[in-house]
Design a protein. Structure first.
Length: 272
């Protein structure tokens, strides 16, 4: 997720070096032993949706979300370069204001990013870099006739940053994380206003349906704030996700604003 700030927790002896800690040196972990963090989360929350290709109405309802993340140290620059793979999928079910129509939305998002790690204090670290951001899905309006569904497909290069706070609560590690992503330049598929998918895919009228997008036409931002804390032999993660996806392309306005509360498990290990 591309502009991100992050922190991870683990249950380890005090003598064991924490690669996410600002005090950790590359020689302590060694590029030969790369640090890995994997997290799986599930969540539920609120979403607001508008797609003027289907309807000018704003639809509001609930959203279910799943995410899977792998973050690991590489051998580049003495272990200062980290790589992140982040996948998430969500499904939303919404009503219009009059409660006489509904929409169903599904979207998958995959990010692949590289970050340079820079400690600032003994317990605070920044990571900065960029990521490739791929998205695909659909919105289905349950009362529309000719055009009941809208296809969503877009890709971008995102700016990214991460911040890690390593704290102690009653002698146990509490790792806080803030993560965000900001699309800078990309491509988006969008039909012209009033154009059917039959015209695009069957009649071959595809001209102008793939457009370059920038923060001016696609002002979007993904953010996550999380806390990792060891409980027994597991590390629990609690997270809040604020996901803003919006665009205005080919005279069609769309947005999805999501507030999601998530819970999951974190696994931390080393590899050669």
């Amino acid at each position: 997720m591309a502009a991100c700030l992050l922190v991870h927790a683990q249950q380890v002896p005090d003598s064991e070096t924490n690669a996410f800690s600002s005090e950790a040196q590359p020689s302590a972990i060694g590029p030969q032993h790369k640090e890995y963090v994997r997290a799986t989360m599930f969540g539920l929350g609120f979403t607001s949706l508008q797609d003027t290709y289907l309807s000018p109405e704003i639809y509001k309802g609930w959203e279910f979300r799943f995410s899977r993340e792998t973050l690991h140290q590489t051998k580049l620059m003495g272990g200062k370069i980290w790589q992140q793979t982040y996948f998430q999928g969500n499904f939303g079910y919404t009503d219009n204001r009059a409660e006489n129509n509904k929409t169903a939305t599904a979207l998958a998002n995959w990010n692949y990013g590289w970050y340079y790690r820079q400690p600032l204090t003994h317990n605070f670290t920044l990571l900065a870099g960029g990521a490739v951001d791929l998205n695909g899905g659909f919105t289905y309006n349950m009362r529309n006739g000719n055009n009941p569904a809208s296809l969503r497909a877009y890709a971008s290069v995102d700016a990214s940053a991460m911040a890690l706070w390593n704290l102690q609560v009653k002698g146990r590690p509490l790792n806080l994380r803030y993560q965000a992503s900001l699309p800078l330049l990309g491509l988006m598929f969008m039909p012209h206003y009033g154009q059917s998918y039959y015209e695009i895919f069957s009649l071959g009228e595809r001209g102008g349906t793939v457009k370059p997008v920038t923060p001016f036409s696609n002002p979007s931002l993904r953010q996550m704030l999380s806390a990792d804390y060891p409980i027994g032999k597991i590390t629990l993660r609690l997270a809040y996700v604020w996901d803003i996806q919006q665009a205005k392309v080919n005279q069609i306005k769309s947005h999805t604003y999501s507030h999601i509360f998530m819970i999951g498990l974190v696994k931390r290990f080393q590899k050669l």
